[in-house]
Design a protein around this ligand. Structure first.
Ligand code: MV4
Length: 447
């Protein structure tokens, strides 16, 4: 097994990876910016190396600094966590060049899935259902017009370099196409240096449902069922749960099989997520593939009682994935993201010092966080302070337990999303499991 792993990340995920390494007897190296001197990942790792000043570009995104830290400390592998360099094909390539194992897929796969139009074409070839639309990129407005009228409005145009909603426009009527075509392309060029666009039929009231997969270096892939991530705001997930209230055993079987087929087709290696849109008729369509461990991975860990970080490390080392996973019956898990944001003020970020901090506990309650009383949430990074994950034998029980745990959670000194989650847990539609990705557009935060 690896002797020493460098974690090229910060916050709760750095801590999460350190914990598993400890259990596996693997030494750890933390890297940190000067803003994170007092962070727990620095304290809990066996060694820590400062890699630069607070701005991410000069620290957590600074490849030469991170590779130097890896060389100086003599690690055999780098875990990139999520965000930062986790889906950067150059970083995966440089790790390979330096003979340091990147815990994630090889650069070619990251590159392939990072180009959304190519990823979609690849999945279509693999036999995974995709949303009707253009075959690859659309060269010009005239072609866009033709395709849009063939598939019928509403349509959505997407930047191939986008993802997560950037460079995306919904078009309801032909007369609006020209304007959106020009502005979306300009936005994509400015943001990604790539103005490639593709077109799809717009799916109106979808659910966002993703399948967790793990592939090994020998072409084996197994899936660990779905997570329902439909509760989002401006492409930021707020709540994730499994199983999905709308996924029947038949649909789970079909989506799981499609995800495994897609991942095997590209010889996927590591932990990954295949995101699907599910329409109101139960049709599912490939949307994107994420080639990293995701924020919401604990939901899957809790229902399967399975350490996904450990699995990532094992397959990176060359072990095989276990075959098909036993699907746990009567197990439910839900995660809510606790962000340093004011939910009553448009989720405006609220960095600052946490003056008092008390985590909930008890049966079925897990808190993944790097925060503590006296810790300061930096304005330089993501506003997520932690995740509250609960598990139980039914969705009703999970919601009751989540409400109880949220009531126990005390964070003072800054505003957080806790009051929002408390309201959400009482919402009748949410409790019934009846929501789409547009749920929060009409949610009354003041109620
Ligand atoms: C869509 C769609 C409807 N129809 N594609 C959002 C981010 C990026 N991953 C793609 N997204 C969407 N693509 C078609 N053809 C709706 C969305 C979408 C969305 C998807 C999942 C969760 C939340 C969302 C919020 C707005 C739009």
């Amino acid at each position: 097994m690896f002797k020493k792993i460098l974690i090229a990340n910060r916050g709760e995920i750095a801590l999460r990876v350190i914990r598993t390494c400890r259990e596996m007897g693997i030494a750890t190296v933390a890297v940190y910016s000067t803003a994170d001197r007092d962070s727990l990942h620095v304290r809990f790792a066996d060694e820590a190396v400062c890699i630069g000043p607070p701005p991410s570009k000069e620290s957590y995104l600074n490849i030469p600094s991170i590779i130097s830290a890896a060389e100086v400390t003599g690690v055999d592998a780098i875990h990139p966590g999520y965000g930062f360099l986790s889906e950067n094909p150059q970083f995966s390539q440089i790790c390979q060049d330096y003979k340091i194992k990147f815990i994630g897929p090889p650069p070619e796969i990251i590159q392939l899935m990072g180009d959304k139009s190519t990823a979609k074409e690849t999945m279509r070839k693999a036999g995974v259902p995709v949303i009707p639309g253009s075959d690859g990129l659309v060269p010009d407005l005239a072609t866009a017009r033709k395709i849009a009228s063939d598939i019928g409005y509403p349509v959505i145009i997407k930047a191939t370099a986008g993802g997560g909603g950037k460079g995306m426009r919904i078009i309801w009527k032909e007369k609006d196409l020209e304007h959106h075509w020009d502005t979306a392309r300009a936005e994509a060029l400015a943001a990604f240096g790539n103005e490639g666009m593709y077109i799809e039929k717009y799916i109106e009231e979808p659910r966002h449902i993703e399948i967790q997969v793990v592939g090994d270096q020998y072409g084996n892939v197994s899936h660990l069922s779905e997570r329902d991530c439909s509760i989002q705001r401006r492409h930021q997930k707020l709540v994730e749960e499994s199983p999905s209230p709308i996924v029947t055993p038949e649909l789970r079987e079909k989506m799981g099989e499609a995800a495994v087929r897609g991942a095997k087709f590209v010889k996927y290696e590591g932990a990954g997520t295949i995101e699907f849109l599910v329409d109101k008729y139960g049709n599912f369509y490939f949307m994107e593939m994420n080639t990293r461990i995701q924020v919401e991975h604990p939901v899957t860990e809790e229902i399967f009682f399975y350490d996904l970080i450990k699995e990532q490390i094992k397959v990176a080392y060359g072990e095989r994935v276990s075959g098909r996973h036993y699907y746990p019956k009567d197990r439910y898990a839900m995660e809510v993201r606790i962000n340093a944001e004011d939910p009553f003020n448009d989720f405006r970020p609220c960095p600052g010092k946490i003056t008092s901090f008390h985590k909930p506990g008890g049966h079925g309650v897990r808190v993944d966080t790097h925060a503590y009383a006296g810790y300061t949430i930096s304005p330089y990074y993501d506003s997520m302070i932690g995740k509250l994950i609960v598990s139980a034998f039914s969705r009703e029980e999970v919601i009751e337990k989540m409400s109880r745990a949220l009531d126990e959670f005390v964070i003072e000194g800054i505003k957080t999303t806790i009051p929002f989650h408390q309201k959400l847990m009482k919402d009748p539609q949410f409790r019934k499991g009846e929501f789409t990705t547009r749920f929060l557009e009409t949610f009354d935060f003041k109620k």
